[in-house]
Design a protein around this ligand. Sequence first.
Ligand code: PRT
Ligand code: ZN
Length: 283
Amino acid sequence: MLRIALQSKGRLNEESVSLLNEIGINIDDSKRKFLSKSDSFPLEVLYLRDDDIPQVVSAGTAHLGIVGLNEVREKGFDVKIEAPLGFGGCRISLAIPKAEEYDGPQYFQGKRIATSYPNILRNYLKENNIEASIEVITGSVEIAPAAGIADAIFDIVSSGGTLVTNGLKEVEKVFWSEAVLISDGRLNAEEQALLDEILFRIDSIKISRGKKYVLMNLPKESINEAIRILPAMRSPTVLPLAAEGWCSLHSVVDEEGLWDKIRQLKAIGAEGILVLNVDKIIP
Ligand code: PRT
Ligand code: ZN
């Protein structure tokens, strides 16, 4: 039995639970307790504040955790990053009042910077030979300059909307983060086998993201041209049709640019084009 720590509420909760559900590990999130057990996989879920997840995993109270890479780096606990998960993307940036002139990182020399990420900031300042004072604030860091508590902030940015609303501009993007699966790195053989199964399933979901299954009827003489338009993972499947001179072509393709490809396929005679969602791809 493995135990995984997930954020109990907040930005990562929903996607962490749906990722587990997608890989066949049912978690009944509606009856959420502090600890709940999956009925389809030997996994127990421990719900915590995201700040506590790296420590709980490094201490071995949970074998695994899903948390932002920002928290892992900031807290500095000894955990192993098993896989990036492709959600919860954000960056930690330096931002200053928008009327200020900015001429590079030396701007921060002697300034006061408010942040909830003092360790990541301290590293950045050291690497850039900047002496600045770090004001640690938890929550609403973005109001610090207007409140006169700091000259600048170092905070999480995703759309940038919060900065704009608070009259700030992003001047240095310092650290990129997304949700990651972490482990304590000390699993026994049985636990490692369960983790390997989880990683294998996560991979199949990641490969299928942004992919569509396309099938169509096509005049036989257009096959080569269609294959050029739709490069498949290996080679597309071509099946004969009862109608003389026609075949059916199936392929898995990137969703990006798909409309353009459909236009090209129609131009070479494709008919009855179906575009289907792909759940999982096992390479
Ligand atoms: O209660 P608990 O401690 O568990 O949650 P929390 O409030 O500390 O964290 P939460 O739920 O806000 O965020 C969890 C994780 O989501 C973070 O550690 C990041 O890894 C990731 N993440 C992704 C974000 C954002 N995007 C994000 N936009 N975390 C916070 N924000 C905040 C940011 O602090 C700022 O106030 O959103 C604002 C900026 O957003 P934009 O879109 O206006 O730029
Ligand atoms: Zn938190």
